[in-house]
Design a protein around this ligand. Structure first.
Ligand code: ADP
Ligand code: MG
Length: 264
C-alpha cells in the first residue's frame, strides 16, 4: 500500500477573466514508505504547485490525493500535521518570533488544547535545532538571522513535527555548501533509519544525483519522466527537459551521479 498516492490529479490557476493560466495535468503518482524522491524541472513547470496539492493547501480540480489510502481532505488539521510536514519555498514571518519559537510551532499538533509545551517538546525542539546546526541561534529573532539560517529553522520546525512524510520545496536554495551537506546527510539518515518518506523539489541535479533513489522530471504541468535516478539522469533526458547540454558521470560504485552543464 503506497503511503502517498495521486490519482489523475488536475489543477488550474484561473486568470482574472476566468481563463486558465496554468494547469497541472493528469498527475498519477504512487510513493511507497521510505522513498526519497527529487522533483526537478524548469521554472514554472508546476513543482511547487504539486507540493501544495500534496500538502493539502490546494484542492485539485479533479482527482484524488490519498495518504495511507485515505483522502488527504478527510484528515483533521492535527492528524495531517502529524503525518506530513511541508517546508515551503518562501516564508515570511510578520511577528518577530525567536528561532526557538518557530521550531516549537512544529510541536503544536502534539500539544493539548491549552497549547502548553512539555519537556519532551523542548527536547525534540532542541535536538531539531542541533540537527540543522542552529542551536546557538535559538534565542535570536527569525528576522535577525540570515536567509540560510532561517531556512534551516524551517527545516528544523518540520523535523520537530516528527512527520512520516517530509515535503521540501527547494530546501537548499539559500544554504552554503557545508550546510547543504550536513542537512542532506541528516535527511538521508532519517530516511534510512526511520523510513522517513521524502519528496523534495530541487534545482540541483547534483543533489538529486547524490541523494535519494527516484527522480520525477516535470515540464509544462506534467510529470514527463518518473524512474530510478540511474535510469533518468542522463544527457538525453536533461536535454529534453532543460534544453541544455550536459555531461553525466557515474561514481565507481554506480550509486551517485554528477552532472556538469556544458555551455553551448
Ligand atoms: P515551479 O515551482 O515549477 O517553478 P509553480 O508550481 O510555482 O512552478 O508555478 C507553475 C505556474 O503556475 C507558473 O507559470 C506560475 O506563474 C503559475 N502560478 C503559480 N502560483 C500561481 C498563483 N497563485 N496564481 C496564478 N498562477 C500561479
Ligand atoms: Mg517552485
Amino acid at each position: 500500500m503506497p503511503i502517498l498516492e495521486l490519482e489523475n490529479v488536475n489543477f488550474v490557476y484561473q486568470g482574472k477573466n476566468g481563463s486558465s493560466e496554468f494547469s497541472l495535468n493528469n498527475v498519477d503518482l504512487k510513493i511507497n514508505k521510505g522513498e526519497f524522491i527529487s522533483i526537478l524541472g524548469p521554472n514554472g513547470s508546476g513543482k511547487s504547485t504539486l507540493l501544495k496539492i500534496v500538502s493539502g493547501i490546494f484542492q485539485p480540480a479533479r482527482g484524488n490525493v490519498l495518504l495511507d489510502s485515505i483522502p488527504v481532505k478527510s484528515y483533521s488539521k492535527k492528524n495531517l500535521a502529524k503525518f506530513m510536514a511541508y517546508v515551503p519555498q518562501t516564508f515570511s514571518v510578520a511577528f518577530p518570533f525567536s528561532v526557538f519559537e518557530i521550531v516549537m510551532m512544529g510541536r503544536t499538533p502534539y500539544m493539548n488544547m491549552f497549547g502548553y509545551e512539555n519537556l519532551k517538546d523542548i527536547d525534540v525542539v532542541n535536538s531539531s535545532l542541533e540537527k540543522v546546526g542552529i542551536y546557538h541561534l535559538r534565542n535570536k529573532g527569525i528576522n535577525e538571522v540570515s536567509g540560510g539560517e532561517a531556512q534551516r529553522a524551517f527545516i528544523a520546525r518540520a523535523l520537530a513535527q516528527n512527520p512520516r512524510i517530509l515535503l521540501l520545496d527547494e530546501p537548499n536554495a539559500h544554504l552554503d555548501i557545508e550546510h547543504q551537506i550536513t542537512i542532506f546527510n541528516t535527511l538521508d539518515q532519517l530516511n534510512s533509519d526511520s523510513e522517513l518518506t521524502i519528496l523534495m523539489v530541487s534545482h540541483d541535479l547534483n543533489l538529486a544525483g547524490f541523494y535519494g533513489d527516484r527522480i520525477l522530471f516535470m515540464k509544462e504541468g506534467e510529470i514527463k519522466m518518473d524512474d530510478a535516478k540511474k535510469n533518468i539522469l542522463n544527457e538525453d533526458n536533461i536535454r529534453t527537459i532543460f534544453n541544455v547540454e550536459s555531461r553525466v558521470e557515474k561514481s565507481p560504485g554506480g550509486d551517485y551521479f554528477s552532472v556538469n552543464i556544458v555551455p553551448k
